[in-house]
Design a protein. Structure first.
Length: 276
């Protein structure tokens, strides 16, 4: 537990510092995170899904090329009337697909099933597109406004994780999704939602001077964040692995730690773009 807390605090401070950095630094950080997640995805599926050599090579190329899309978007010259809105929709589309597959997995089906043979394309979609929302969130508004939106989302996700943990330990009785993650409970999920709403409102008031906007972002973090965590639980259960990686002691890998953000950020971006 001690190592878990130290690792979490250290990674959190670094992540916040990167959020507050210049755009170019943030783009580089997001791209490195995307590549780290792609490598963990590659390592898990290459090992546990047996395919011919040519199929493994093709999946690997598709995965790593697709995971570079955040950099492509960041430096591309755009001519569309509303490029950010289009990119936000594209970033959220794979998450919608994953949530649909999550519903199937929760009722006894497989997470990817036959799509495991196309793990490269699935990884490229799941990692490459949603990660672009982190760059677009950082660029909303002027004078660091985007970084404050992003931090409101991140703080709300962390609050949801913390609230769910303590509420689940103290009150948890009703399983939330026993086929996917037996330890998660309905009470824990509700506790996480309550804390994410409170922290979202507080962050919105202090960082954005918009407590209503912060509450909306907190609600999304409290609902979509746990869904993203359950989705990766479904993937790991299907593969028979505990974590996708081990780079963060006590937390698993980058993909394990960013699952809630991957699920939440695209929809937070979409809401902010539609209501600005």
């Amino acid at each position: 537990m001690r190592n878990r807390i130290i690792t979490g605090l250290t990674a959190g401070v670094i992540f916040v510092a990167l959020c507050l950095s210049r755009d170019l630094v943030w783009v580089g950080a997001v791209q490195l995170l995307a590549l780290a997640c792609a490598y963990e995805w590659f390592s898990a599926y290459r090992k546990h899904v047996v395919l011919p050599v040519w199929a493994t090579a093709a999946n690997s190329i598709i995965l790593f090329v697709g995971s570079c899309y955040p950099s492509v978007l960041a430096f591309a010259e755009r001519t569309e009337t509303s490029p950010q809105l289009l990119d936000a929709v594209l970033a959220g589309a794979p998450v919608v697909l994953c949530l649909a597959l999550l519903a199937r997995a929760a009722y006894g089906g497989a997470a990817l099933g036959g799509l495991r043979n196309r793990w490269g394309a699935m990884g490229a979609l799941y990692i490459g597109l949603p990660f672009t929302s982190l760059i677009l969130l950082h660029r909303i508004g002027y004078h660091g406004e985007g970084a404050r939106y992003l931090l409101t989302v991140v703080f709300s996700i962390w609050a949801a994780d913390t609230g769910a943990y303590f509420a689940g330990r103290a009150l948890g009785k009703i399983p939330l999704a026993p086929r996917l993650s037996p330890a998660k409970t309905v009470e824990g999920a509700l506790g996480g939602l309550a804390t994410s709403l409170l922290v979202g409102a507080a962050a919105g008031a202090s960082l954005l001077q918009r407590p209503g906007t912060g509450t909306i972002l907190g609600f999304m973090a409290g609902v979509l964040g746990p869904a993203g965590d359950l989705w990766e639980s479904a993937l790991k259960r299907e593969l028979g692995v505990k974590d996708f990686g081990s780079v963060l002691p006590g937390h698993g890998g980058a993909l394990d730690r960013l699952d809630s953000l991957i699920a939440t950020a695209p929809f937070a971006l979409l809401v902010l773009l539609l209501h600005r």
